[in-house]
Structure formats: structure tokens, C-alpha cells
Design a binder for this molecule. Sequence first.
Ligand SMILES: NC(=O)c1ccc[n+]([C@@H]2O[C@H](COP(=O)([O-])OP(=O)(O)OC[C@H]3O[C@@H](n4cnc5c(N)ncnc54)[C@H](OP(=O)(O)O)[C@@H]3O)[C@@H](O)[C@H]2O)c1
Length: 263
Amino acid sequence: MLTEAFIPDDMELIVDEKLKNKTAIITGASSGIGRAAGMQLARHGATVVLVARREKQLQAVAGEIKAFGGNSIVVVADMSRSEEIDRCLSICRERTGRLDIAVVNAGRGLAGGLLSSDESQWEEMYKLNVLSAARLMRRCGAWMLERGSGDIVVLGSVSGHHISPFSGFYGSSKWALASLAEAFRREVASKGIRVSTIKPGVVESEFQAVAGYDRDNFYKTIEKYGTLLTPEDVADAIAYVVTRPAHVLINDLIIRPIGQDYP
Ligand SMILES: NC(=O)c1ccc[n+]([C@@H]2O[C@H](COP(=O)([O-])OP(=O)(O)OC[C@H]3O[C@@H](n4cnc5c(N)ncnc54)[C@H](OP(=O)(O)O)[C@@H]3O)[C@@H](O)[C@H]2O)c1
């Protein structure tokens, strides 16, 4: 049982009904953008299926959601493995019976370009950022087509819109992902499925440490950007996209800290 003491002072105990009776699956929900998106969509009344590898962190997010009166389901899964994607969606089907929103968010960065990035991490990154994301989009899209509606929100990056000087190889995976999302939009939009790509600039999260960014390859460059985006800023954009009227599709959305001129 959660106690009152678990509820942070500044947390509003309000859940609105914009997404009432809807189910949203969010990958990478144990931290950063995915965590914030899980909280935000749950605040709008969706049942959120929180997916990542670290159970403790997922349970903490689920606890926070429960504390403000929202609903969530925790699924511990490694989304870079196709059988885990299938298991995750089976659990979602068994527990909720429907899928309205998929936030294809689990992903990782990698410092450096072709010469300077760690080649031993290329395959793992492409597997997660591109192939797993594509598998998830394909499976979620097929499920949504059964009802003829649904939202697939894909986390691209500004580095997948302009080639970034400090993370060119990572950026290339986000270019690939954005292309897949746009191709998928053309495949399924006329059948009622909205595919949206959100391309954030620099967001403070665990992303930078996982990517291996340091002062020389990253922090020196972003000093001039000023206040960076928070995961909640991006979650707001995700919530905006999925709460538009059914005939409105936000196709491609770039969101940057105001001081980030490039990429
Ligand atoms: N932060 C930025 O500046 C930025 C900018 C543009 C785009 N993005 C994109 O936004 C997305 C989220 O990034 P973030 O900033 O929120 O980073 P983050 O805090 O590092 O979150 C990444 C999430 O992905 C999960 N994840 C990683 N590998 C996974 C796997 N194999 N299976 C399941 N889950 C996995 C992590 O959880 P576990 O470790 O528990 O599995 C974590 O919840 C990524 O796709 C990233 O490329 C980030």
C-alpha cells in the first residue's frame, strides 16, 4: 500500500479524462522521456504499460502513478530482443485487451562520429534504435489496424534531422528511424493510424551518460544552449500529439531548448 508520505508535496492529485479507457505502451519508461511520458499519459487517464529492463525504476514510476490515482502495468523486458517485444505485447493484450497509443521511445545514444565513436557499440545501438523500434511499430501497427485507429509516436532526434557534429553515428540511427516512421505513416494513415515523429534537441536525462558524452565531445558544445529541455517538456509534446482530434496528425515535431541553434 502506498502511504500519503509517498506523494511528493507538489504533485497534483488530478487525473483528467482526455485519454480515459485508452491503453498506451511506453518503452524506455524507467527514466527520462519515457518515464515522464508514462506519468503524463496516466494523468490524462490512460492505462500505461511501462516497459524497460530495470524493474526497480519501473516500479517506482508505477508507484508515483498510483499515488495520483492513475493506472499502470509494469513489464520488464529487453526490447532489443524480438521475442521480448512479442511477450510484452502479449501481456498488454491479456491485461488490457486494447492498444491505442505506442510511444516508441527506448533508445540510446553514442558519442562521436564514424572515426571517434566506439565501433563495438554500433550493432547494439542500431539493433535497439532502429530494428527493435521498427519491429515494435510493425506489431503495434498491425494490432491497431484491427480497430482502425491508434497513435504511434516515435522518438527521433534533432540529430536525425540535421547531422550532428558530436554524435554523427547515433544521428544516423535516428535518420533511419525517422525514415521508417515516415514510410509507415504513408502505409497506414489512410487506415486510421497516426504515426508521428518527435525530434527533441538536448534533454537532460540518463541519455548523456549512456552515450558516453564528456566535456570534450559534448558538454563544451552545449554550454551556450542555456537551459536544456526536461523530459517533461518532451512528454508534453507527446501528450499534445496523441490528444488531437482524430482527423489531425502532427506528423513531424522538432522541440529544442531555445538556445540550441544547431543541430
Ligand atoms: N536525451 C536527449 O538529449 C535526447 C534527444 C533526442 C532524442 N532522444 C531519444 O529519446 C529517447 C529516450 O531518451 P532519454 O533521454 O529519456 O534517455 P534515458 O533517460 O537514457 O532513457 C532511455 C530509456 O530506454 C530504456 N532502454 C534502454 N535500452 C533498452 C532495452 N534494450 N530494452 C528496453 N528498454 C531499454 C532505458 O531503461 P532500462 O535501462 O531500464 O532498460 C530507459 O528507460 C531515446 O530514443 C533517445 O534517443 C533523447
